[in-house]
Design a protein around this ligand. Structure first.
Ligand code: URA
Length: 442
């Protein structure tokens, strides 16, 4: 087999066979195929797509390129969730404890934020001493003991994806549905869960800007998971404006804790409930309605909060911050943004809000950048709210006051005002699995 012939085939839109895909991935992972040839392959996929079989083989080959976790001790299904990334998305911090409190093992390997989207690992590191890089053994031990663990990528999981993602980043091939689907699913398959719930975000702050693309990505991932014998489904959720009020690492952890107390913003709490209910449903905990009731009970009787405390304790974090969130340090500089005009908030662009948070020090431009865990913003108003000129729109937090002017400008660019109320935006657009797409709104 010659890589040149495979590239030529792919260039003409001909699907590669399983043995050709395995050859490509194995040799690339071992350094036998150079980056320039893999880059050519990725660009050919960007233009020509992949057949369903080819994509499944490609995903499987990446998921088998390193360690595969097994959770043989689990007498019940193990559930994983994955969000395609958004602004103010701290759902993992609430949903994983809820599911674990309902007696289902949940495993979560999370990433760091990059660009305008946040990452769960950065949020958790705002809790003093929280260990985000668990060994495989520690990870499994924690899942066995308390039913859940949230860690950065453990061990040598899907190393082919890591190498390929780095190439996609510099060859303009990130925005390809088959490449995104295989990248996400290769890691999910290697992480060893039985059920996978995907939260596919759509809107200005998401990878997928249109509902059509989001549904296609969700169906593609559900198809891969189902072929791999994992119960897989997706919710398509709104990321046109930020989730909740808090954006920025420590601020989001505090909002998640408030939510675990049964408070928290209505949109965020509702999304957590829906995600938790669907995870329990995939794990055969009952009807969807029954699973929703279980999730609500776990939140309101504080069992989910206790589970979060257990997760933090098991990962070395200082639980006194969870018990008393006023202990979280506040950023030394605060900026307030006031409404420049009266009207309904007709746009609160998620991507621009994420960029505001980044500009305040909460995010990174490159993987090496250090972040300020106290930085970010709290929205005082949400999409659809009415504001009077001069009313407080948002409060900015940073450790470097020279960052405030640019962040203020970016935030104001995120906003638009209208005389009439803007249309109501759905929180969840659709449920998708390998067989069907159920739209919740016309
Ligand atoms: N997240 C991933 O892990 N991979 C992608 O390609 C996009 C988002």
């Amino acid at each position: 087999m010659h890589i040149y012939d495979l590239l030529n085939k792919k260039k003409h839109g001909i699907a590669l066979s399983k043995s050709e895909i395995t050859y490509l991935i194995d040799n690339f992972t071992q350094g036998q195929i150079p980056d320039y040839q893999m880059s050519a392959f990725l660009m050919a996929v960007w233009f020509n797509g992949m057949s369903k079989e080819e994509l499944f083989d490609f995903t499987q080959a990446m998921s088998h390129s390193g360690d595969n976790l097994h959770l043989p001790f689990a007498p019940i299904p193990v559930v994983d969730k994955h969000s395609t990334g958004g602004v103010g998305d701290k759902t993992t911090l609430v949903v994983i404890p809820i599911v674990a409190a309902c007696g289902i093992y949940s495993v979560k390997m999370s990433g760091r934020g990059l660009g305008h989207t946040g990452g769960t690992i950065d949020k958790l590191e705002a809790i003093p001493n929280f260990q985000t890089s668990l060994s495989k053994e520690q990870f499994l031990q924690n899942v066995r003991k308390i039913g859940a663990a949230i860690t950065g990528q453990t061990g040598n999981l899907a190393p082919a994806d890591k190498k390929i993602y780095a190439l996609r980043d510099v060859t303009a091939t990130v925005d390809s549905i088959p490449l995104i689907a295989s990248s996400i699913m290769s890691k999910k398959l290697a992480a060893g869960s039985d059920c996978i719930l995907l939260d596919v975000k759509v809107g200005s702050g998401a990878f997928m800007k249109t509902l059509k693309d989001a549904v296609e990505l969700a169906s593609t991932m559900a198809d891969i998971g189902t072929k791999a014998c994992k119960k897989t489904a997706a919710l398509i959720t709104n990321m046109d404006s930020p989730l909740g009020y808090a954006i920025g690492n420590s601020l989001e952890v505090q909002e998640a804790i408030a939510t675990l107390h049964g408070h928290g913003p209505a949109d965020f709490r509702e999304l957590c409930m829906q995600l938790a209910a669907y995870m329990l449903y995939l794990a055969d905990k009952g009807s969807l309605q029954g699973c929703r009731a279980l999730a609500e009970e776990a939140m309101y009787n504080k069992k989910a909060l206790q589970k979060f405390i257990d997760i933090v304790a098991a990962q070395g974090g200082d639980t006194s911050y969870i018990e008393d969130p006023s202990k979280f340090p506040r950023a030394p500089y605060i900026g307030q943004i006031f409404a420049p005009e009266s009207g309904y908030i007709a746009k609160l662009d998620a991507e621009q809000c994420g960029r505001t948070s980044m500009l305040l020090g909460a995010g990174r431009n490159t993987k090496e950048d250090k972040i300020d865990s106290t930085a970010g913003l709290i929205l005082n108003k949400k999409y659809g709210n009415y504001v009077r000129k001069g009313e407080l729109l948002a409060t900015l937090y940073t450790s470097d006051k020279t960052l405030l002017p640019a962040a203020t400008k970016t935030f104001l660019e995120a906003c638009a005002f209208s005389a009439l109320p803007p249309p109501e935006e759905p929180l969840v657009f659709a449920y998708v699995n390998a067989d069907k797409v159920v739209m919740f709104h016309d």
